[in-house]
Design a binder for this molecule. Structure first.
Ligand SMILES: Cc1cc2nc3c(=O)[nH]c(=O)nc-3n(C[C@H](O)[C@H](O)[C@H](O)COP(=O)(O)OP(=O)(O)OC[C@H]3O[C@@H](n4cnc5c(N)ncnc54)[C@H](O)[C@@H]3O)c2cc1C
Ligand code: SF4
Ligand code: SF4
Length: 456
């Protein structure tokens, strides 16, 4: 295996690159545009690619065995790292581009929005929010709409690493519930979908869904096998350093951890760390999520991401961060249906009483997501900053609002936070940095709330 971008190729590798077969992937790795989604590995018909953990930066990136590569170019064509043609994909999937108003800009195309939960109290209590994703997968499996689902649990052998898999039983689907705030190369599992009989649902972050949709453009078989794309809202994910930092604060050595869960145990949930000694540590969500909320351990590529609500999914799911659900101690999710098929499956599951859903206004969904406005409104600012530093940026083929002055200091603070958090020697000061920033954060949130953009 040869890490891409480091120019340690087999003899004929340079020729293949110049022939343009995997030039885009080389471009992605060299310019740090990889989301770590795993699509390139999942679609490679020659098993020429694998994901490798970069211990220092706490992310995954692909590597290529040039001796196995035939230069088919499928990896490059499917990679969402350097380009996602939103206009083309919107038209292909929904037959139209999103409405030209603030909600269309924030949420993309949608049919209806719901709040809801699984009617199974255990599933609801042990999921990320209301357990809608897990319960819908179980419903589809029972009804034989799917034979399995691409989900992500944690590795038994290496408990701090995510474990994408194809779940084919009730136990496997439930075992993979809850959100994983660490790198997840979910789309490596497209390989198994391609090589198995049957129909599948895929669950993923927006960048996973981008990779799946791009791969489906080139691989008809994949398009036929995946019957439902279930997207999770995503402000950003975290590098492995976030988990390392949390363990550092808890004074736990990573070798002593037998299991970790970032959510679950009601709403908004707990970080649960199980130790090999049999002890268990629980930290309430609001206490540990601060470093995530302040983007301390945000992967570089997430700074350039334009999708918060998984705009290319059939249904997208979110936490119900709304004041009316604040005192709900068990949990509630939000769902945004975007395609006829997504809407039908949600309605069928509701009719079977496996889930309880209530229609809500799309404005309420947008209001529930504080980070979404910042992420979408200020993306142009970050793209501009990267470009002015001579860095390459991804192409999206979609309209973005012009940057406002307020976006620059806020984006600048994120760059500083990332820098500080990348230095382990400064970890004891991170909480202090966050406390210093809280008042500024409130002023910015107010300014952004009063100035919705993206509408025409
Ligand atoms: C990194 C990250 C950032 C998020 N950011 C936001 C946000 O800003 N706003 C918001 O409202 N919601 C966000 N979510 C989504 C939210 O946490 C819940 O996933 C969503 O509300 C669905 O809840 P549920 O109870 O229905 O899910 P569950 O029933 O618990 O099912 C969750 C499903 O997602 C899969 N999964 C978990 N983590 C990952 C991952 N990292 N990559 C791929 N698949 C995964 C699991 O395998 C499972 O199938 C984020 C999730 C993640 C993982
Ligand atoms: S397909 Fe995904 S993992 Fe592969 S290079 Fe592109 S962004 Fe990275
Ligand atoms: S912010 Fe974008 S690139 Fe980062 S994990 Fe979320 S969907 Fe993927």
């Amino acid at each position: 295996m040869f890490p891409l971008g480091r120019r340690q190729y087999a003899e004929d590798a340079e020729d293949k690159i110049h022939a343009g077969k995997f030039g885009s992937l080389e471009f992605v790795l060299k310019n740090d545009l990889c989301t770590g989604c795993g699509t390139c590995v999942g679609v490679c018909p020659n098993n020429a690619m694998g994901m490798r953990k970069d211990e220092k930066r706490g992310i995954y990136h692909p590597e290529l065995d040039y001796l196995k590569c035939t230069g088919c170019g499928l990896c490059s064509k499917s990679c969402p790292g350097y380009k996602v043609d939103f206009k083309e994909l919107f038209l292909e999937i929904f037959g139209e581009t999103p409405p030209l108003n603030t909600n269309g800009f924030l949420l993309g195309n949608y049919i209806k929005c719901y709040s809801g939960y699984s009617t199974d109290p255990d599933i609801r209590y042990n999921s990320a929010s209301g357990g809608l994703v897990t319960q819908l997968l179980l419903f589809m499996l029972n009804e034989e709409i799917i034979d399995g689902a691409l989900v992500t649990g944690m590795k038994g052998s290496s408990p701090l690493e995510s474990n994408p898999s194809i779940a084919k039983s009730r136990e496997e689907i439930i075992g993979a519930s809850r959100s994983k705030y660490c790198p997840v190369p979910a789309n490596i599992m497209l390989k198994e979908i391609l090589h198995s009989e049957g129909k599948y649902a895929v669950v993923g972050l927006p960048c996973h869904i981008h990779g799946v949709r791009k791969a489906e453009q080139s691989i008809k078989k994949l398009r036929e096998k995946i019957v439902l794309h279930m997207g999770l809202f995503c402000s950003h994910t975290d590098t492995f350093l976030e988990t390392e930092y949390l363990l550092h604060r808890l004074k736990v050595k990573s070798d002593n951890v037998s299991e970790i869960a970032y959510r679950g145990k009601g709403w908004p949930g707990m970080l649960t760390v199980k130790l090999k000694t049999g002890d268990e540590i629980n930290v309430p969500f609001h206490k540990w999520i601060r470093t995530h909320a302040y983007c301390m351990f945000i992967p570089r590529r997430c700074l350039l991401c334009c999708d918060h609500s998984a705009e290319l999914a059939d249904i997208s799911f979110a936490d119900a961060w709304l004041p009316e659900f604040e005192n709900d101690s068990v949990g509630r999710s939000l769902a945004v249906t975007r395609t006829k098929c997504g809407e039908e499956i949600l309605q069928k599951a509701a009719a079977s009483k496996e889930i309880e859903v209530m229609e809500i206004d799309s404005v309420r969904v947008a209001e529930s997501q504080k980070m979404m406005r910042f992420k979408k409104n200020s993306l142009s600012c970050r793209l501009l900053l990267f470009r002015s530093l001579g860095r390459k940026i991804p192409a999206y083929n979609r309209d973005l609002p012009k940057p406002s002055l307020a976006d620059f200091p806020r984006s600048g603070i994120i760059f500083i936070n990332r820098y500080i958090a990348s230095k382990r020697s400064l970890w004891n000061l991170l909480e202090m940095f966050i406390n210093l920033q809280s008042p500024l954060e409130r002023i910015y949130a107010k300014a952004v709330k009063n100035a919705p953009r993206g509408s025409k």
